[in-house]
Design a protein. Structure first.
Length: 375
């Protein structure tokens, strides 16, 4: 048997392989960081044999409670992913699976590679509605990709949506794929109506270096982008530096930051009540947006989520808090589960790439419902 992770997004450390029933592994820490939780590896040579793979440092990971009621993703072709039986004993995360084929991949969530990212943005630029540009370079020299979709004008609302500040939260890339596909569907009436009133700036992957390295939360230098927005460092977090500067250049009427949550089995948003200047206008916009999303997507809910900040106590180093404060606009963090949507469970796939795509499509309905009131 062979276990490898030497590929885009791969991450695992082999301790020992004594037999198919005694495979001992660890989840390595992120590059230059103490965060750990993302894993993605390939097992070869165990077809037809019951395998017991123990990730022995699971209790030392970033969110150990996130392993409760979690089941690992698996795939034979990296196109179709399904859940396999997984247990957490308070110390180790134990994957139990009998592979049908000689080679199988296991991952924390359905991966979204750099090649998939490049395919997505270059297919998008073929639309007459879309322009692709690079607004800077990552610390490892890769392009920071920005899509502008729609026809810019001062009269129209400027809507910014970014994703995957935390590279292991691959749900965010799938969400963006659904969003982009629907925006560029010239037969979609919601998209057509939106383009009369708004245009979009999209950063589908904020943390490409970290994603390729197999990190959960940081870039190649160990920087957590979602704590950099108050005063981003051009050398350490160029993605935040260039994106925030571009926002300053264009202005922002609405902003969404797309994430995944390791623990909560729900889709929800984190809001901006605690920013200085949060007023009745922003509250009404937020309430109307959430209400419409509840109507248009059964996968969305507002009962469970993070606690609200007290007035004036928001952490302005966080993207949505800084953007909401900086531009006096509606700015929300969207969170999706690594487990399943407990309100609408699927025993085969749990929360999945496909459902993330549909969720990304669904966000255009609530945006349309409030677009006239954004300014």
């Amino acid at each position: 048997m062979i276990i490898t992770s030497n590929f885009d997004g791969g991450n695992i450390k082999v301790i020992s392989i004594e037999s198919t029933n005694d495979i001992r592994l660890n989840i390595p820490k992120d590059t230059n960081s103490d965060f750990a939780q993302w894993f993605y590896f390939r097992l070869e040579g165990a077809a037809g044999y019951p395998c017991r793979m123990s990730l022995e440092n699971a209790s030392e990971c970033f969110v150990p409670d996130g392993w409760k009621d979690y089941n690992t993703m698996a795939s034979y072709d990296r196109l179709n992913w399904f859940r396999v039986s997984t247990e957490y004993d308070g110390k180790s995360l134990i994957i139990n699976h009998t592979p049908k084929y000689n080679s199988v991949f296991y991952a924390y969530f359905t991966p979204y590679s750099y090649e998939q990212h490049l395919d997505m943005i270059h297919i998008a630029q073929l639309s007459p509605l879309c322009v692709l540009e690079s607004i800077g370079k990552t610390t490892q020299g890769r392009n920071i990709d920005l899509l502008t979709i729609g026809t810019p004008s001062e009269e129209k609302r400027k809507i910014w949506i970014i994703a995957r500040q935390h590279p292991g939260e691959t749900q965010a890339s799938w969400f963006m794929e659904g969003l982009i596909q629907r925006l560029l569907d010239e037969d979609d009436p919601v998209s057509k109506k939106l383009f009369e009133k708004a245009f979009f700036y999209l950063v589908p992957n904020m943390n490409i270096d970290g994603a390729i390295l197999g990190n959960l939360r940081v870039n190649a230098l160990g920087i957590n982008f979602n704590r950099e927005w108050e005063s981003p460092d051009k050398k350490k977090s160029p993605e935040v530096f260039y994106v925030r500067n571009k926002m300053d250049e264009t202005g922002v009427d609405m902003s969404l930051d797309i994430h995944g949550d390791e623990d909560l089995p729900y889709n929800f948003v984190s809001s901006i009540e605690g920013i200085p200047g949060f007023d009745e206008r922003l509250k009404t916009l937020q309430d109307n947006f959430l209400s419409k999303w509840l109507e248009s997507s059964p996968d969305f809910q507002t009962e469970y989520g993070y606690g609200k900040d007290e007035p004036g106590k928001a952490n302005l180093k966080i993207c949505t808090k800084q953007v909401g404060y900086r531009f006096n606009c509606l700015s929300l963090t969207v969170e999706m589960p690594f487990k399943d949507n407990k309100n609408l469970p699927d025993p085969v796939t749990g929360w999945s790439a496909e459902r993330s795509v549909r969720f990304g499509e669904s966000v255009l309905n609530p945006i349309l419902s409030i677009v006239d009131d954004l300014r």
